[in-house]
Design a binder for this molecule. Sequence first.
Ligand SMILES: *Cc1c(COP(=O)(O)O)cnc(C)c1O
Length: 451
Amino acid sequence: MLGGLAPDGGLYVPQSWPALAPATIASFAGKPFAEVAAEVIAPFAGDWPASGALLDMARAAYAGFGHAAVTPLVQIGPDTWVLELFHGPTLAFKDVAMQLLARMMDTALGRRGQRATIISATSGDTGGAAIAAFRGSRHLDVVVLFPDGRVSDVQRRMMTTAEDDNVHAIAVKGTFDDCQALVKAMFAHRAFRERMRLTAANSINWARIVAQTVYYFVAAVALGAPQRKVSFSVPTGNFGDIFAGYSARRLGLPIEQLAIASNSNDILPRAYESGVYEMREVVQTSSPSMDIQVSSNFERYLFEAQGRDPEAVRAQMGALAQSRRFEMGAAHEAMRRDFAAAAASEAEVAAAIRRVRKESGYLMDPHTACGMVAAEKALAKGRTPRVVLATAHPAKFPQAMRAIGREEAELPARLAKLMTDRERATVLPAELAPIERHIEERVRAAKETSR
Ligand SMILES: *Cc1c(COP(=O)(O)O)cnc(C)c1O
């Protein structure tokens, strides 16, 4: 959890998969979300933290959500439900895992008497979720680099209105790619990295995946699991959320079908069809959080699908870096067995938003609509309940909704202050030296190590 990426550049995976007995899964029925979270996560936590402490952290993490069920299910058709994952402080599903991760990291660092600095480059969503989760943390500072003038007003305000001393929002005079290159350069700058105790909280952090398995259990049990199987359609970018679904199945949850839902950036559905994983240029869509060329967490699945053979994965990752493609080999057959997959064009996304609004009154955001399109294309209709993961609130992407011709959704009342609160950000050029200097001046870990 504290390391994020493994030192050899690979991703951490559990040494073995724990199993939850059907009776344990059945006992989740009617329990508060935080209690299920503590029970599902405990087998991965070893003897740390004590189970009571885990439950306390989960309760604190989810107390601020805008819905008492944390991740409520809404029925939108005879066999179709939406699983709303957007009731956290930044209106997108990343809050669910990030709110708990922040508390777990803070506790672990406190126990070790250490400090660390979370650093994140963001095109909009992740930075806000990280700030909302880590603000006020006693042992962590959070630094977010975003491209000045290239994020939406709501997204920017979610990063610039936190008043806590440990939050440092930097508006970079450049693009998202510049921000990402700067963060990479800071991690590569060893003296700086060690002085700041840099760490990351992106979706390659295994603790985030584990925290995301929880809502698959909560939703499936509400619909009759473990006696009844349930299918899910998951709007996918970095493959983190859907790998959490795969993990829930490995833990014992009877999931019938698990659909990878992509937008026009369809590397995964193409690999599913052809057996070749091949990069193309990223195209901009109405679901920007899924505009991704390479799905980092797919590496974890390749490891499982090839009998946990690290050499096979290493060869594929090497080929990807060299020639932007690799052959799936034995992993292709496994992928066909473990998943369904479908991509949604921009026209299909718009049509799905309009159709669902007309048929059931429900207003979906464009990310969720990709999940809806994939559910229609790839999940069997009939007796198995189909659950579409709603990964963002429609008020978070007003421009996309306007372009589709849908009325703008209103921000939830608890966010009303967001648009009038005072903003605080430092604007800096896209250059390493001034940004590092600024961070050194602000971050507490730096002050501590220089003492
Ligand atoms: C991050 C994100 C996704 C993609 O999730 P992954 O875990 O990266 O696959 C989908 N929708 C929204 C709104 C997101 O913020």
